[in-house]
Design a binder for this molecule. Structure first.
Ligand code: AMP
Ligand code: GLY
Length: 420
């Protein structure tokens, strides 16, 4: 088969790596890709948010299946355009992608499906939003409705902080994403991410993970796209997983189908768990980054069969073979991230790192320049390893970090602390 993957992060490097393990893969193209992906697949620089461009490219290259990595092309309708042109696609329609692209839409679907989530109000007017905050008190959560690259959520410790966040959002700091604001009850508990493939009807769980969103050790400091992750998430035991499926995932997926927009692709279910009861924090319509890296290392070649079955509506025949293993990924980021950082520094030592089914250094923001690998983004590398225990996976991942010579980068040294 000829396969096209859209995206350029560590997530897409991991998707490409798993796809290449599968003997069905004859040719793999990743658009636009990065320096690490270019070592294993052909890269093409096309505008992946333009469905017409992607469909034409897929047709010229006789592509059999398109795997969409990030949310932006999904929200822009790239999967719809490809399906209309007759391509098999792993990734939801623009209408179904509203589960990530609009927080008020998700809350409305959860209400209709009776899925447990935080109590909320949604507002298009700052004064009404502030009145609601004063009535509810703090702590309280203020969210821009639309896509804000993970930055549109403010956990306000005081009413004044919440009011300032509301002014900020309606003042345009998040562009059109902040034209509507959702205000939520602050939930306490432990967070976990649950990944479920959905083909419109069948829901197939493929793994759990926990990530570290804060930049600093001990989960302190600014929020980031994620500084590391591990899988499985110990808190997602059988009972919690079953509850999340029965009370949250299946009812919301049935509601989407009932509304004429069945969901097809991976559903990333962000959960808050307290006293054995999961509640929905958010849905994303793609794999998490860096959660995808640990899931792919654990699933290996079967990941491609599962994505193909999902895209072709055959999940009822699919099965996941679980190994009793653990994986961890440690993100190496450019000094200064998530604030301002320099680009262009040279990374050395990568050639000497182990690369097998237990160790992979996935690339995120890297570029090949004059024969060297240079940093070109905030999150740059993902040292990813697997082992019989989380401790073994951790030791292997940090050994890869220590073998990397990049003084302009940093990582957290405590990934997995809660589980270890
Ligand atoms: P989101 O972009 O909705 O995932 O929010 C980012 C992060 O904010 C989540 O991973 C949670 O840590 C936190 N968060 C979001 N909503 C709530 C809530 N209602 N209660 C507590 N924490 C929340
Ligand atoms: N790691 C969080 C995300 O992908 O949204």
């Amino acid at each position: 088969m000829n396969i096209l993957i859209l995206g350029s992060g560590g997530r897409e490097h991991a998707l490409a790596w798993a796809t290449l393990q599968n003997p069905k893969c004859d040719k793999l193209i990743v658009a636009p890709g990065n320096a690490g992906i270019a070592m294993i697949a052909e890269c093409a620089s096309i505008d992946i948010n333009d469905g017409g461009v992607v469909a034409e490219f897929a047709s010229e290259n006789a592509i059999d299946l398109v795997i969409v990595g990030p949310e932006a092309p999904l929200a822009a309708g790239v999967a719809d355009r490809l399906r209309a042109a007759g391509f098999a696609v792993f990734g939801p329609s623009a209408e179904a992608a509203r589960l990530e692209a609009s927080k008020s839409f998700t809350k409305e679907i959860c209400d209709a499906a009776n899925a447990p989530t935080a109590a909320y109000g949604h507002f298009t007017d700052a004064e009404a939003a502030k009145a609601h905050v004063r009535e509810q008190g703090a702590p309280i959560v203020v969210k821009a409705d639309g896509l804000a690259a993970g930055k549109g959520v403010i956990i306000a410790e005081t009413v004044a902080e919440a009011e300032a966040a509301i002014d900020d959002m309606f003042g345009g700091s998040f562009g059109s994403a902040g034209a509507e604001v959702v205000i939520e009850e602050f939930m306490t508990g432990e967070e976990a991410s649950f990944f479920v493939l959905v083909d419109g009807e069948t829901c197939l769980p493929i793994g759990t993970a926990q990530d570290h969103k804060r930049v600093g050790e001990g989960d302190t400091g600014l929020n980031t796209g994620g500084m590391g992750a591990y899988s499985p998430a110990p808190i997602m035991d059988e009972a919690v997983t079953q509850k999340a499926l029965d009370e949250i995932v299946r009812p919301t997926m049935a509601e989407m189908a009932k509304r004429g927009s069945p969901y097809q692709g991976v559903l990333y279910v962000g959960l808050m768990i307290k006293d054995g009861q999961p509640r929905l924090v958010e849905y994303n319509v793609r794999f998490g980054d860096p959660e995808c890296q640990v899931l792919m290392l654990r699933l290996g070649a079967q990941a491609f069969d599962l994505m193909q079955a999902c895209a072709e509506g055959r999940l009822d025949e699919a099965q996941v073979t679980w190994a009793d293993d653990h994986a961890m990924t440690v993100v190496l980021a450019a000094n200064g991230y998530p604030g301002a950082y320099e680009k262009g520094s040279v990374i050395k030592g990568l050639d000497a790192l182990p690369e097998d089914s237990f160790h992979m250094m996935f690339h995120a923001g890297t570029t090949q320049k004059d024969g060297a690998i240079t940093a070109s983004g905030g999150r740059v590398l993902n040292a990813t390893a697997r082992g019989a225990t989380l401790q073994e996976a951790r030791d292997r991942a940090y050994a890869m970090v220590d073998g990397t010579d990049w003084p302009e980068g940093f990582c957290r040294r405590d990934i997995g602390w809660r589980a270890l």
